[in-house]
Design a protein around this ligand. Structure first.
Ligand code: SF4
Length: 302
């Protein structure tokens, strides 16, 4: 394993490459990653990098976003199977239909959407900045897609905006049920429950804290509490256990794993970088329009 890490790091230097890794990835990938974080952080790093090659250890829409932000750079996704089931729930035609049914209302897309969908939305957001982004539109009504649960959670936090949501969802987060929270609380009565806003509202309503992956990790790090029940993808728990061994982290249930986030391993990363495969490209017309949507988010998030 160490030999592979050394080889990847050598290739990175030779090729002036940077590796971005989402915190749902297999944890050993952090050993070769230059930046590890959530979608907002990784988009910001993708926008700033001076590398010639960006290898994205994440899912397809993340690599597309990096390419849109860096059209002159080579963007690699080690395994093309790494899609996002939520992003695939809305096509361009479905978006157009959703907008036709709700005319003259600004459309916010979650970053978990395809480049085509971004190209016809006003602004995008991540779970870290969704409240700020929706609020920035100063509109009484907002369309939100594809994640209905994140959209409705934002509506509840703001209280003064009607958020009309598309019926998309994350199949991984929706496996978490309210009874999982009550059962975990019985077993670990001193633990705080931290959940992601992609979870069903009956789960977030029972949580002590709701936030993005970065928000959850920061909350756990700063809290005086010693024990936490984590209601999001397993990669977050793996990193929390590694970084804060003095604290206890309990994954809400065993199967909260996004299969698409787990495709990449170190061998895939080495092969991808060595052969410079699989390159992600985005049609230039789509990319130009999607860039406005992403840049608007980055501006508001500064
Ligand atoms: S965890 Fe859900 S939203 Fe995130 S990549 Fe997997 S399917 Fe998509």
């Amino acid at each position: 394993m160490n030999e592979l890490v050394t080889k990847i790091n050598k290739l990175k230097k030779e090729k002036n490459a940077v590796i971005l890794a989402h915190c749902y990835q297999n944890v050993e990938i952090d050993e070769v990653a230059d930046f590890v974080g959530d979608s907002l952080y990784l988009s910001q790093m993708a926008a700033k990098t001076s590398a010639d090659i960006i290898l994205f250890a994440g899912v397809y829409f993340m690599a597309q976003t990096a390419k849109i932000l860096n059209p002159a750079k080579k963007v690699l996704l080690p395994r093309l199977e790494s899609g996002c089931r939520m992003a695939d729930m809305i096509s361009l035609n479905q978006l157009r239909e959703f907008k036709r049914e709700n005319p003259d209302i600004p459309a916010v897309c979650y970053i978990n959407s395809t480049a085509e969908v971004k190209s016809e939305c006003d602004i995008c957001c991540t779970s870290s900045n969704a409240i700020k982004i929706v609020d920035s539109l100063k509109s009484e009504k907002v369309l939100f897609l594809p994640d209905t649960y994140l959209g409705k959670w934002v509506e509840k936090q703001l209280g003064n905006v009607k958020v009309i949501t598309y019926p998309g969802f994350c199949p991984t987060h929706l496996q978490i049920r309210p009874e999982d929270i009550s059962n975990a609380r019985k077993q670990y009565p001193d633990a705080l429950v931290l959940s992601h806003p992609e979870c069903h509202h009956t789960v977030t309503e029972l949580s002590d804290y709701v936030g993005s992956t970065t928000g959850i990790m920061k909350y756990a790090a700063e809290s005086k509490n010693k024990s936490f029940i984590i209601a999001t993808e397993k990669g977050v728990v793996d990193r929390l256990k590694r970084d804060y061994p003095e604290k206890e982290f309990i994954l809400i249930k065993d199967n909260i794993i996004c299969p698409n986030m787990k495709w990449h391993n170190l061998i895939d990363i080495y092969n991808s970088l060595e052969k410079e495969e699989h390159e992600i490209n985005v049609d230039s017309n789509i990319a130009e329009k999607a860039l406005k949507c992403i840049n608007r988010m980055l501006e508001v998030s500064k």
